[in-house]
Design a protein around this ligand. Structure first.
Ligand code: BES
Ligand code: MN
Ligand code: ZN
Length: 497
């Protein structure tokens, strides 16, 4: 994992040296402390020449400003202060990190005219710094942006704010969440020659050090349980499958657990129904659902969430081979329901069918939420802006949608219904694994629904949001870690009281 910046909090003061970041409201409104960092009015002059007006997350950079010993003075736009929400503070942290790249020591001065900046706001700036700092560069033997071809040392960030003690307390929890996001990104970015099912399970097992209980099921155990759907996908790969069960028991012993289930196809070639070559390399990220569940368990354990939470991930590789599953094969899932495999590239639902059933039978959870890079069709419908939400429960859906709005990991609900369910009926078995060209994301969700009985359940199709993400103020890496902040918030807001 890339070097993390160190983030601390202190009282508002005028820094002596290093890089200094101040906020500028719409129309170049500087707070009192910001003005003391800008003795010669360099920011105003630079703003004029650069058309900088303080728009949210815009930056203005003055190198070695006269009248100071600063490396640089950076103004970060805060837009209209009354409209600043959680996501905006994250973005401000992200651009503050990017703008001060070359300095070893950075002070971020959080003040704005006529604006109360809370401890939570300051902590979110810290999280934004952490999220933006991540780069997947472990396989680059030449580190280009440091001196002498070496990687630059991680910077120390001091966030100067009104309530540093409160901000520090809030950041302790957020840091755990941020680490969970970075863990998820790292797992998604890793190529499949490095991260197979066994290696992924080993990394998940490291959560034991945070107090997460880990069980790893191998082929033999899964065969005994009758997981014919998951095992059918795995059978063409030289890499054996794993099912990892993670348990965080931070709630009361009598509380029923809540459960998160992730699709972990470490590489999806399509199998015998092979994918075209273009962009096939992206299918190393077909385990983004499992990565999000693992990152979430890290986050919850790191901040000692007061809830009982199960995380289950189905880890397989979908390959072509003489032993691979064929189109037309009929497999029997753990539920006893039979499935005709029309297309071996619709493999994620086969993995999830057994993982969901196992979870429901063993734990009888209050609800199940699965995450999966399940269909290309969700990209057609929603692009990489919203993840698709499918659910049998309006209340759970509302809670998820609301967590999405506050974290910026947005969801859009799509329908389910008997007319869609009909589309996966099979002549030869209880169901088939594809529903035809139309409504591809919905028929995939409809398939999963057959494995959850009446348990409240939601399915998040993250094929568009989990990977190949456009660069943003808080993420520059291919993998986004989508789902970790969203689900951590869902738990914190609804299931820890
Ligand atoms: N992993 C893919 C879905 C995917 C596509 C994820 C693009 C991320 C980006 C999934 O296993 C798949 O291949 N789905 C098929 C389903 C089809 C065969 C019914 C698809 O979407 O084409
Ligand atoms: Mn596939
Ligand atoms: Zn897949």
């Amino acid at each position: 994992m890339s070097h993390r910046p160190q983030v601390t909090f202190a009282r508002i003061a005028t820094p002596a040296k290093g890089a200094v970041v101040v906020l500028a409201a719409d129309g170049m409104g500087l707070g009192e402390a910001a003005r003391t960092c800008n003795p010669d009015g360099a920011l105003e002059r630079a703003a004029k020449i650069n058309d900088f007006k303080g728009a949210l997350a815009a930056t203005l950079d003055v190198v070695a400003p006269s009248g100071t010993d600063f490396d640089r003075l950076v103004a970060v736009g805060a837009g209209k202060p009354a409209e600043l929400k959680e996501e905006a503070w994250l973005r401000i942290g992200g651009v503050a990190f990017a703008a001060s790249r070359k300095s070893a020591s950075v002070s971020v001065v959080l003040d704005l005219p006529d604006t109360d900046i809370s401890a939570d706001d300051a902590a979110n700036v810290g999280l934004g710094i952490l999220l933006r700092s991540y780069a997947f560069d472990k396989y680059k033997t030449k580190k280009s942006d440091g001196e002498d071809g070496k990687k630059p040392k991680p910077a120390r960030f001091t966030i100067l704010c009104a309530d540093p003690a409160g901000a520090k307390r809030a950041f302790e929890d957020l840091e755990g969440v941020g680490e969970g996001v970075l863990l998820a990104r790292e797992l998604v970015n890793e190529p499949a020659n490095v991260l197979g099912p066994v290696e992924f399970a080993d990394r998940a097992a490291k959560l034991e050090s945070l107090g997460v209980k880990i069980e790893i099921l191998g082929e033999k155990e899964m065969k005994k349980l009758g997981m014919g759907a998951l095992l059918g996908v795995a059978q063409g790969s030289a890499k054996p499958p794993r099912l990892v069960v993670m348990q965080w028991n931070g709630g009361k012993a009598k509380d029923k657990p809540i459960a998160f289930i992730g699709k972990g196809v470490v590489f999806d070639s399509g199998g015998i129904s092979i994918k075209p070559a273009a962009s096939m390399e992206d299918m190393k990220g077909d385990m983004a659902g499992a990565a999000a569940v693992t990152g979430l368990m890290h986050a919850l354990a790191a901040r000692k969430a007061k809830a009982n939470v199960i995380g289950i991930i189905g880890l397989v590789e979908n390959m072509l081979d003489g032993t691979a599953q064929r189109p037309g094969d009929i497999v029997t899932s753990m539920s006893g329901q039979t499935i005709e495999v029309i297309n071996t590239d619709a493999e994620g639902r086969l993995v999830l069918a057994d993982a969901l059933w196992y979870c429901n039978e063993r734990f009888e959870p209050r609800f199940m939420i699965d995450l999966a890079t399940l269909t290309g069709a969700v990209l057609v419908a929603l692009g990489n802006v919203h993840a698709g939400l499918f659910s049998n429960d309006d209340d759970l859906s509302e809670k998820l949608l609301s967590a999405g709005l506050s974290t910026g990991e947005k969801l859009w609900r799509l329908p389910l219904g008997p007319d869609y369910d009909k589309m996966i009926e099979s002549k030869n078995a209880d169901m088939k694994n594809v529903g035809g060209r139309h409504a591809g994301s919905i028929t995939a969700a409809q398939f999963l629904k057959r494995f959850v009985k009446d348990t409240p359940w939601a399915h998040l199709d993250i094929a568009g949001t989990g990977m190949a993400s456009p660069s943003s103020d808080i993420n520059q890496s291919w993998a986004s870690g989508f789902g970790v902040r969203l689900l951590d918030r869902l738990v914190a807001e609804n299931f820890e009281k």
